[in-house]
Design a binder for this molecule. Structure first.
Ligand code: FMN
Length: 340
């Protein structure tokens, strides 16, 4: 067994995949083609439910199953109004892994997922919340640093990993954010992660259905182009989103101002304002990913975008990451270990 296989064994066993490499769910991007390609290549694909209806999710799971006999997961956003129905859809299909994103899950959602026999994975922004999630029955934790694409927390993976990996040992912990090369995978595994999750590197892969314009924007961009959105009104807390700078970035600031004014006038309450902002993002991401409007749409991307330079098939990306991780571990091994 290679050192990489040893270090990633817990994660591989948990996922039921050849490699402990998850492709994080990406709304509009992580659909049947990309998800099946990733699982078929030895990684672990995750369908992004986003704002899909239960009927659409039902069709997407069935279509993914038709393209792969390997395990894959489904990512559900806790704010979704039809959450319990979506869990029911996953249960009927016998989905093996459910990832809950977008805030702390309700006890009812956790219970329904456990009753369905699925393994439950949740994002934890702090060690205290990770402990709480584990106590409530969550089977694995994902920690995602602010380097990541899409909705982000305020803390980098480097810090989160130091705080959380040493104290959460009862369940596997997967790390996400800013991973572009296998050497980083090797380093996180050596620090105690059970596996990794990447989004940006897979978003512009050959099997990704994202528009050609969206992919080209990724190939041209460097790390510093992937910026976090700015919150303009302290009363209207906005979860920051990391995306490539474009006209849409400014439009988002204007949108927040518009919503804040509506809240001021009493035309909208705060909760409705926050929901309007979330809907804005989903629409803007669709414009970029599906329609190819890279000026006004949202080009969600992580800082690792600078390491995405050309369109590569998923299998090639995974093979490259594994080879790099292997090489990094080999070069770090002591002469005694290498000889053994
Ligand atoms: C275009 C895009 C859309 C995303 N959509 C979602 C989503 O719907 N749900 C979710 O949990 N994470 C979402 N993410 C985060 C990814 O699943 C993953 O955790 C993140 O991309 C990892 O960091 P990286 O981009 O640095 O590899 C998205 C990321 C990107 C780039």
């Amino acid at each position: 067994m290679t050192r990489l296989d040893q270090l990633s064994q817990r994660g591989r066993d948990f996922l039921g995949a050849r490699q402990a490499i998850m492709a994080g769910a990406m709304t509009w991007v992580s659909e049947r083609h990309l998800v099946s390609a990733i699982s078929n290549a030895g990684g672990f694909g995750v369908i992004a439910c986003g704002s899909m209806t239960p009927a659409l999710l039902d069709a997407e799971i069935a279509a993914t199953r038709a393209l792969t006999d390997k395990p894959f997961g489904v990512n559900l956003i806790t704010l979704h109004p039809a959450m319990m129905e979506l869990i029911g859809v996953c249960a009927r299909h016998g989905v093996s892994h459910i990832v809950l994103a977008g805030g702390l899950p309700s006890g009812a959602a956790i219970a329904a997922i456990k009753a369905a026999g699925a393994k439950l994975m949740c994002f934890a922004p702090t060690a205290a919340l990770a402990r709480k999630l584990v106590r409530s029955g969550v089977d694995a934790i994902i920690i995602e640093g602010s380097e990541a694409g899409g909705h982000i927390g305020p803390v980098s993976l480097g810090v989160l990993a130091q705080e959380i990996l040493p104290v959460i040992t009862d369940v596997p912990v997967f790390v996400a954010g800013g991973i572009g090369r296998g050497a980083a995978i090797a380093a996180w595994l050596e620090m105690g992660a059970s596996g990794v999750q990447l989004g940006t590197r897979f978003a512009a892969s050959a099997e990704s259905v994202a528009h050609a314009n969206f992919k080209k924007a990724f190939f041209r961009a460097s790390a510093r182009d992937a910026v976090a959105s700015v919150q303009i009104d302290p009363r209207l807390p906005v979860i920051p989103v990391r995306a490539l700078k474009n006209a849409g970035t400014e439009a988002f600031t204007a949108k927040q101002r518009e919503i804040a004014e509506a809240v001021d006038r009493g035309a909208m309450d705060l909760a409705a304002g926050q929901l309007a902002i979330e809907h804005y993002w989903a629409g803007a991401l669709r414009r970029a990913v599906v329609d190819g409007d890279i000026e006004n749409g949202s080009l969600m991307a992580g800082q690792s975008v600078g390491m995405v330079t050309r369109e590569q098939p998923v299998a090639e990306i995974i093979a490259e990451l594994v080879a790099e991780a292997d090489a990094a571990l080999h070069s770090r091994a002591s002469p005694f270990e290498s000889a053994a």
